[in-house]
Structure formats: C-alpha cells, structure tokens
Ligand binder design. Structure first.
Ligand SMILES: *[C@@H]1O[C@H](CO)[C@@H](O)[C@H](O)[C@H]1NC(C)=O
Length: 323
C-alpha cells in the first residue's frame, strides 16, 4: 500500500517540477568548464561508464528480487524491488545529463528518483523486522509490537518523504534554478530536515533491531538456536539476521552521507563530487539491496512447514510439541 502511494507520488512529481523552470545565462559550451558553469548543477559531466555499470548492477539485483519473490515468497519485500527500479530511472537521467549537462529538468528528475527511492528500501526493512519477530514468535523482545512496528516506521518514512517532496516542490526546484544564495539555502535546509529525520528514525530502528537480537540471544536461547539442526548453515535465520544488519549499515552510511552533503548546500563540495556520490550513496545502497539476493527473507521466514531434522533431540522439542 505504502509502495503504491510512494509510486503515485513519484509519478505525479516531475510534472510539477517541469512547470517551474527558471531562466539563466549558461556557458556557451557546457563541456568546456563544467565546474564553473552556473547551469550545471552537478558541476561535472556525468560519467557514462559509471552510469551504465550502475544501471546494469542494480537491474541484475532487481531481477533477482523478482525471481526470489516468485520462488520463495515474501512479496512484502516488493517495496524494495520497486525502489530499485525507480532508483535505476534516476540513473537513466544521468545519461541525459551526460549529453545535456545544463538541463535542469533532467537534473531535478535524476535527483528526486535517486534521493527518494531509498525511502522504499527503508520501508521494506521496517516490514522485515515485524515479519521476523512474528515468525520467531519473539514479539516480546521488540519495544513496539511487531504489528505496530511496521506502520509506525513506515509512517515516519512517508512523513520524511513528504517533507522532502514538499521542499523540492516549494523551494528545491526554485533554489536549484536560482542563483540567489538565500533561496538556495532555505530550500536545502528544509530538505535537510527531511533527510535528518529519516536518518534519525532509521538509526532508532537499527538500535531497536540490534536490541531485539541481543534479547533473543540472551533470553530466548531456544528461539536463537531454532534452526541449529536444520538443513544447511545458510538456512539458519541468524544468517538472514546478519544480512539484515549489513543492509541496515549500508542505508545508514548513505543516510549520514546525504545529511552531511546537504548541510553543505545543493552546491557543496560533496554534492558536486562524482566520487563521493558513487562511494557514499550508490555503493552502500547497492550493498543494502544486494544483501538479500543470496539471503532472500522468504527462504527463512514463513516456512515453518519445513519439518526439523528427524534426529533432533534437544530439550526445546518437547515445548514445541506442546504448543
Ligand atoms: C569514467 O569512469 C571510468 C571508470 O572509473 C574511467 O576509466 C573513465 O576514464 C571515465 N571517463 C571519463 C570521461 O571521465
């Protein structure tokens, strides 16, 4: 539902942006000196090799997600899958920017898709924790009930998304196309607030998740070792728990980067560095989404029908029978 909502906002947005173009004096030849071209928002020419590599890698991960969700279920991960494809749309606009470095429309669309798509990744992480806690029957170790943890954090996700949307609409697109430092500062500050809130709620979420793992380990050893006798090492839910942690770390790195980047303004040193963008946004997010390619949640969660190994003779078996 939230994915659909997000998608609808994505679809509506560029139309409003395109209506707000500003006029400006640009360099006669935008390729000569991109660093000092007032119309070049990136201040560099987007590298097509890097763009194509990224598109290829993200598409591969996206198709793996689709394949996995058909093979093993967990369709509730689809907001991440959709986010991967909208992220790729952003990169397609980097091809446009390579040829038309002064196009504000291409820049705004590129920026929006790349900065807002991770909201969909984050929404999937929120859903995953709720599902994991329910599947492990370990809801008591979450501070918020697992049935509420998803709505709560997804609501905060949508709120920060809307703040970012609003600002891009109200101030952002104006500030990008304006040379007025004041307008630029205002737009980036409000947008920064949205990103900072997102970072805050995701950091809180990650703490809650780590606390959850700790409490399960400490107080519910039978849950912690639930899959000990099962199948193969990579069928143990703790492997999924690790992939989940890696994924959260990737999103945190990117969120911290975006907050620092924007605190320097839309034209700060980090915002105008292609290396920083790839190293601190594209790569960490790639780690975050590809962590679930080998360890698709559907393989671990919601498959209780798979009976444990017959020779299992541990103390927790009697409990399982009685429940
Ligand atoms: C684009 O990036 C690749 C890989 O880093 C590099 O080899 C190539 O020289 C870059 N192209 C331009 C035009 O900067």
């Amino acid at each position: 539902m939230s994915a659909l909502f997000t998608l609808a906002l994505f679809a509506l947005y560029p139309a409003r942006v395109f209506a707000k173009f500003g006029q400006q004096i640009c360099s006669a030849n935008p390729f000569l000196d991109p660093k000092h071209d007032p119309c070049n928002a990136l201040e560099y020419i987007a590298n097509n090799t890097l763009t194509a590599t990224t598109v290829g890698m993200y598409l591969a991960v996206g198709f793996c997600h689709i394949f996995s969700s058909f093979k093993w279920g967990a369709k509730w991960m689809s907001s991440m899958t959709i986010g991967i494809f909208t992220y790729v749309i952003g990169f397609i606009f980097r091809f446009v920017l390579h040829n038309h470095p002064d196009s504000k429309g291409a820049y705004i669309v590129e920026y929006l898709f790349i900065v807002l798509s991770p909201c969909a990744f984050i929404a999937a992480e929120y859903v995953l924790l709720g599902r994991l806690a329910l599947d492990l029957n370990a809801a008591q170790h979450l501070r918020i009930s697992p049935r509420r943890v998803t709505p709560f954090f997804v609501a905060s996700d949508v709120t920060t998304f809307l703040i970012q949307q609003r600002v891009k609409a109200a101030g952002g697109s104006i500030s990008i196309s304006s040379n007025d430092v004041k307008t630029n500062k205002l737009g980036s500050n409000i947008f920064l607030a949205g990103l900072a809130l997102q970072l805050l709620s995701f950091a809180l979420f990650t703490c809650m998740y780590i606390r959850f793992l700790y409490l399960v380990h400490r107080h519910s050893p039978e849950v912690w070792t639930r899959d000990r006798n099962s199948r193969l090492w990579y069928s143990d839910w703790r492997v999924l728990a690790c992939a989940f942690l890696v994924s959260c770390a990737g999103i945190l790195v990117r969120s911290v980067f975006r907050v620092i980047e924007l605190s320097q303004g839309f034209k700060g040193p980090l915002a105008t560095s292609e290396g920083a963008f790839y190293g601190l946004d594209t790569l960490p997010l790639f780690v975050a989404v590809s962590a679930y390619v080998p360890f698709w949640p559907g393989r671990f969660i919601g498959r209780q029908d798979v009976s444990p190994a017959p020779h299992a003779s541990h103390s927790d078996d009697s409990e399982k029978v009685s429940t």
